[in-house]
Design a protein around this ligand. Structure first.
Ligand SMILES: [Zn+2]
Length: 671
């Protein structure tokens, strides 16, 4: 199932009015403002202009801004904890010992450099042994367990039409570049990426000892281009009805007869008698590829995919080549982050909850949990009122919406039940083995879910992640502990900015239950239409207007935002900000807000919103995000929603002729 992440940003606030009322601190940073501009013309630039002009993106990053600073703080904290674990001897076989040994294995660059490609020898031997199309299918099944990207992605998910059960899901996959567009678009930038990709494959395979690496590059790009052509677009993949296709093994054999499905599923370790296929037409093309691509060419492709995915764990020559292409060429990053920082990423990715357990013990308090909990409840109550007062929705749909809202589960800080890593073996001198075993552990965890009741206590994010999430099949929202870190959590600041920042983040996540995608699921997480046709048409009319608004925005001179791809996030931003504004008004209980630093409460609310979107991207990264990211570029997240909200017009006396002005009839109001 596709989850809706906040992805960029976070910040937490205090809902408790008493403490906030005493504070004269606004929570804003006026030194970041560009006061030569007017907020009526560009709120985002007004709130961030000086910061944007003065700030350089650090050499080891593709982006820099509010979210990245918070993420850096979380990584620093985890780094400190890992170093502490290394200094103290841990009970052998204990979880802290495994975390320490995994980190030790990553930091042991002498051993890693000396070993080079050698640790991958057993996996490479598996590829060498492939001798038929049936073996190819079997290898693709096996490969799911070690986390290597390949043409088919196998996973276990909640069944969207029966949210109380798990089911195997098959998704399109297999590309190395970030999206199908990178293979198919004609313009010069994308052609340049493709040319550099060929050079990268050649260099990597030459380093791995292949004599004819240039031919391998052509073979691999040829296969991937055919895969890309058959891939559904990201917009098509946002359609939960079109991507739900339940099939039996016999259906699969009819749909894609070229693939030996029985051998594929046997090698995954789980039965394939009933599966949900996301993109049926893609499977048909994959079946054809099994007949047209030679076994030798598949082996070349698998060899590259394995080495490319495992390059960060091989000697530095492999790692450097990978960085040069994936980070420098595709995202514009100038130099690799320090090794410890990459190590934190590896640990978070492979033993995330074991790290998270140590993290929350140090950095998350019961008081933090209470504060975020109170604020979430406050936003939920405001949403409940807003639904009741909606003039465009009929009573039947409204009742269903209230039922869905009431059923939203809230996950705060960290999971009640931690993942059990006792069956995972970690060795201080075997980095590749550790990664492989951690991936197999995760694969077995998936398999073990099949046939069991859905575990609604499970978390999709680790506590040390700076993010938040709504999951439509769970109908729950998650706020991990790390979103409570400075510089956003300001218990001493006045409420206005807190509501414009974390209040809107919470409102955003709740809104995902009612965006164009989330609204197709009911309160139990089932894909089921609960809208009357008339209300659905009215909703569609409003969201279409939002698509048109965002389609009109451009970055990098002439590159348009994809209003359809970003629709769910744009609905969530607009709705979240509207609801947070109402919640802020309610929190005042009829009292006037103080003026602080020359700004009224309403002005500070919107400036707080614009501040959280402070961000700079390198051009290559910006282009990549425009192609793959369901969130709009941050400047439009900052300016787009306020331009639709009447309260923004009142707050700054926005008039016709001001650049952010939209006529009342053109303003989109959803919730
Ligand atoms: Zn979102």
């Amino acid at each position: 199932m596709k989850h809706s992440n906040w992805l960029v940003l976070g910040g937490l606030a205090l809902s408790c009015g008493a403490l906030a009322a005493m504070a004269a601190k606004s929570g804003l940073d006026p030194t970041a403002f560009d006061t030569h501009l007017r907020p009526q013309d560009d709120l985002y630039q007004y709130a961030n202009g000086t910061w944007l002009a003065k700030t350089e993106i650090p050499a080891d990053l593709a982006s820099y801004g509010s979210f990245v600073m918070l993420d850096d703080a979380s990584r620093n904290n985890v780094h400190g904890l890992l170093e502490e674990l290394l200094r103290k001897p841990q009970p052998p076989g204990s979880e802290p010992a495994k975390v320490a040994d995994f980190y030790r294995s990553y930091m042991d660059t002498t051993r890693i450099d000396a070993a080079g490609l050698k640790p991958l020898a057993p996996e490479l031997a598996r590829i060498d042994a492939i001798s038929s199309a049936g073996d190819v299918a079997s290898y693709m099944g096996y490969n799911q367990g070690i986390g290597v990207n390949e043409p088919l992605q196998w996973s276990v998910q909640q069944d969207a039409r029966n949210a109380t059960a798990y089911v195997v899901e098959l998704d399109q996959s297999g590309l190395t570049l970030p999206d199908r567009d990178y293979y198919l678009r004609e313009d010069a930038r994308f052609a340049d990426y493709r040319q550099k990709y060929a050079t990268y494959i050649t260099s990597l395979m030459r380093l791995a000892g292949d004599r004819d690496a240039a031919t391998a590059a052509a073979t691999i790009q040829g296969i991937e281009k055919q895969i890309a052509t058959a891939h559904w677009s990201r917009v098509q993949n946002r359609d939960p009805v079109a991507t739900y296709n339940k099939m039996t093994l016999a259906d699969l054999e009819a749909k894609a007869p070229g693939v030996d499905w029985a051998r594929f599923f046997a090698a995954t370790g789980a039965p394939g008698d009933v599966v949900v296929v996301s993109q049926p037409s893609y499977l048909t093309v994959l079946g054809q590829l099994f007949q047209t691509v030679s076994v030798a060419d598949w082996k070349t492709y698998f060899r590259f995919k394995l080495i490319d995915d495992y390059a960060p764990f091989l000697g530095h020559e492999f790692e450097d080549l990978r960085f040069d292409f994936h980070s420098r060429t595709l995202s514009g990053v100038q130099q690799p982050p320090p090794r410890w920082k990459r190590g934190v990423g590896v640990l978070n990715g492979n033993m995330g909850e074991a790290v998270g357990k140590v993290y929350v013990a140090r950095y998350f308090t019961a008081e933090s949990k209470r504060r975020i909990g109170a604020l979430v409840q406050n936003l939920l109550r405001t949403y409940q009122q807003a639904i009741d007062q909606l003039e465009w929705m009929g009573p039947e749909t409204r009742q269903q919406a209230q039922a869905k809202l009431a059923a939203i589960a809230v996950k705060l800080g960290y999971p009640d039940k931690w993942r059990d890593y006792s069956t995972l073996t970690i060795a201080a001198d075997d980095l590749v083995g550790n990664v492989t075993r951690a991936q197999q552990f995760e694969h077995r965890r998936f398999i073990n879910k099949l046939g069991k009741p859905v575990d609604r206590s499970e978390w999709g994010l680790t506590p040390q992640t700076v993010n938040a999430q709504y999951n439509p099949v769970m109908n729950d929202i998650t706020f991990p502990a790390a979103i409570l870190q400075p510089p956003f959590f300001d218990p001493g600041a006045d409420d206005a900015v807190n509501y414009g920042a974390i209040g809107a983040v919470i409102g955003h996540e709740i809104s995902h239950g009612f965006d164009d995608l989330g609204s197709q699921f009911d309160g139990q997480g089932n894909l089921r239409n609960w809208w009357t046709p008339d209300d659905a048409a009215k909703f569609k009319q409003r969201t279409n207007a939002l698509v048109a608004q965002f389609n009109a925005y451009t970055i990098l001179d002439d590159q348009h935002v994809n209003g359809q791809l970003t629709l769910g996030e744009n609905i969530a931003d607009l709705s979240g900000l509207s609801i947070a504004y109402r919640a802020y008004q309610l929190s005042l209980r009829g009292r006037p807000a103080p003026v602080i630093g020359g700004y009224t409460g309403a002005q500070r609310f919107f400036l707080g919103w614009a501040t959280i979107w402070r961000n700079k991207n390198r051009d290559d990264r910006a282009r990549q995000l425009l192609t793959i990211d369901p969130h709009s570029p941050t400047q439009f997240r900052g300016d787009g929603p306020p331009s639709n909200i009447d309260a923004f017009y009142d707050a700054f006396s926005v008039k016709p002729g001001d650049k952010m002005y939209r006529a009342p009839a053109d303003r989109v109001k959803i919730w």
